[in-house]
Design a protein around this ligand. Structure first.
Ligand code: NAP
Length: 283
């Protein structure tokens, strides 16, 4: 049997990623001789990694923090979506060509809609204005909500994202909030956490339970822990909730299809992801 072809995740750090479980299960179920590996690349190693790329038998990569924007100069072609979002989370390598894509927004929207939320005409608030918030807000804007408000402790970053969305999407009201209270959670339909706040026990709850209501949908992009303090507060207030595991699944399924040209075995990937997540949360 020939050596497996390699794909994988580059980032720093990456060792807790659930992506190998999901993709290796998918390759196994379709009989594809390939292996998904983790490449923990230090910032000063990125250049060398890309220069050696074509010698590494690689056919695809996922990209995570802190390289989603930094990989762009190494790529020959960027998809229209990745250009609009300004970040790449998936790279397809064929011959001497490396092409960049972004499947985060698509993965988020697919999971949100599957969870029963249609953004059209809705009022939305997002906490965070980083890479994930950009992908999520661009995809939400395509789905024609009525209004999107964004809050980030880095205020110039939020202002930049608002300006960017205003320039690309007409007929949606975009607003920046200077404080969490400016998100007007009491009046919104969908609240999204696109910050890493909630990943550790030490993190505070971003929005108080008293501000939430039963007609609210709260989506936390974090999937580990499965229930952040924000999601717990939302549940206590009677709101509907979702964590980011479904987004991870669907961004992965879209990446798999870009690499292989085959329909992703979503149920196999979902099962592998769930098992890996349960193992991880028992540690
Ligand atoms: P990022 O680029 O670092 O952006 C996070 C943003 O949140 C930064 O602008 C940060 O500001 C801001 N922030 C930090 N604390 C805040 C607070 N208390 N209130 C308001 N804003 C705050 O990170 P990212 O790549 O967008 O990722 C964000 C989260 O999404 C991470 O937890 C990541 O794991 C998750 N994610 C999940 C998926 C999935 O498939 N489920 C996919 C992508 C990302 P500073 O820069 O000033 O700290």
């Amino acid at each position: 049997m020939p050596l497996p072809k390699i794909c994988g995740l580059i980032g720093y750090p990456v060792k807790h990623s659930l992506s190998p479980a999901m993709h290796n299960a998918a390759f196994g179920s379709l009989g594809i001789n390939a292996e998904y590996k983790l490449f923990e690349i230090k910032p000063d190693e990125l250049d060398g990694f890309f220069h050696a790329l074509l010698m590494q038998n690689l056919f695809g990569l996922n990209v995570t923090i802190p390289y989603k924007e930094k990989v762009i100069p190494f790529l020959k072609h960027i998809s229209a979506e990745a250009k609009l979002i300004g970040a790449v989370n998936t790279i397809k390598i064929s011959g001497n060509k490396a092409e960049g894509f972004n499947t985060d927004g698509e993965g988020f929207l697919r999971h949100l809609e599957e969870s029963g939320f249609n953004p059209k005409g809705k009022i939305i608030s997002i906490i965070g204005a980083g890479g994930a918030a950009k992908a999520v807000s661009v995809y939400l804007s395509k789905a024609k909500p009525m209004a999107i408000t964004i809050y980030d402790t880095d205020m110039p970053k939020a202002a930049y994202l608002i300006g960017y969305l205003e320039a690309n999407f007409k007929n949606i009201k975009f607003k920046q909030a200077d404080f969490v209270s400016g998100l007007n959670v009491g009046f919104v339909d969908l609240l999204i956490n696109a910050t890493p706040i909630g990943m550790t026990d030490r993190d505070s709850c971003l929005v108080g339970e008293n501000l939430m209501h039963k007609d609210l949908f709260v989506y936390d992009l974090i999937y580990n822990p499965a229930e952040t303090k924000l999601l717990k507060a939302a549940k206590n207030a009677g709101a509907k909730t979702a964590n980011g595991l479904g987004m991870l699944l669907y961004q992965g399924a879209a990446a798999f299809e870009i690499w292989t040209g085959k329909k992703a075995p979503v149920e196999v990937m979902r099962k592998a992801l769930k098992e890996a997540e349960e193992k991880c949360s028992q540690k």
